[in-house]
Design a protein around this ligand. Structure first.
Ligand code: GRF
Length: 202
């Protein structure tokens, strides 16, 4: 049984997908959600799903490092082994990455390395691409730069705007995040150096 922590800042639909998709999975448990935005919807979702949540308001910390030290301590207190970023709108520091080496993953609403950073969906619309999508990757110190684990493509349709395309991408995000976390929990997926190793994929 691998214990996962989720970091989120907002609505938490990816958290919800994980909570629903992992229910009854004997290999994986969501041990805690940590949210840096007081009042975010993900906190209500966690309580409805029966997953403990902790709010750590980054504005009350004097530095990024001090915040990440508290974050690490909180996750460790809940026995977390792997961390899933799910709409977590902060860059993590080396303090955080050293605490969970090769065990932090993120989901991004674009086909990386295209359109990293904020507003990946808006960037795709503005660029006029015909294929958009989402990416799950290991987290390093950069912005959406770590080794890619999995991607799903989504067509950009005539008349799409950021919200329509974003909704279509999120359907794929939810499916893909559950699949990747299940692969990790089953011991099939790991990071070796900067290389992603996936064995006996489903
Ligand atoms: C997702 O689109 C994810 O790719 C990005 O932030 C969004 C979070 O959505 N990193 P939600 O809070 O999970 O609904």
């Amino acid at each position: 049984m691998i214990r996962f922590g989720v970091l989120a800042s907002g609505g938490g639909s990816n958290f919800q997908a994980l909570a629903d998709g992992l229910r009854g999975d004997s290999n994986a448990k969501l041990s805690v959600v940590v949210c840096n935005v007081p009042g975010a919807k993900v906190i209500d979702r966690a309580s409805a799903a029966g997953v403990p949540s902790v709010v750590l308001d980054h504005k009350t910390f004097t530095s990024r490092e001090a915040f990440d030290e508290k974050l690490v301590a909180t996750l460790k207190e809940h026995g977390v082994e792997w961390v899933c970023l799910a709409g977590y709108m902060r860059l993590v520091t080396p303090i955080f990455l050293r605490a969970f080496p090769g065990r932090v993953i993120n989901i991004h609403p674009a086909l990386l390395p295209a359109f990293p950073g904020m507003h990946g969906v808006r960037q795709a619309i503005n660029a006029g691409v015909k294929i958009a999508g989402c990416t799950i990757h290991f987290v390093d110190e950069g912005m959406d730069t770590g080794p890619i684990i999995a991607q799903a493509a989504v067509p950009v349709l005539p008349g799409d705007d950021e919200s329509k395309l974003g909704a279509r991408i999120q359907i794929e995000e939810h499916r893909l995040y559950v699949k990747v976390v299940k692969d990790i929990a089953a011991g099939r997926l790991s990071l070796e150096g900067r290389k992603v190793s996936l064995r006996d994929a489903l």
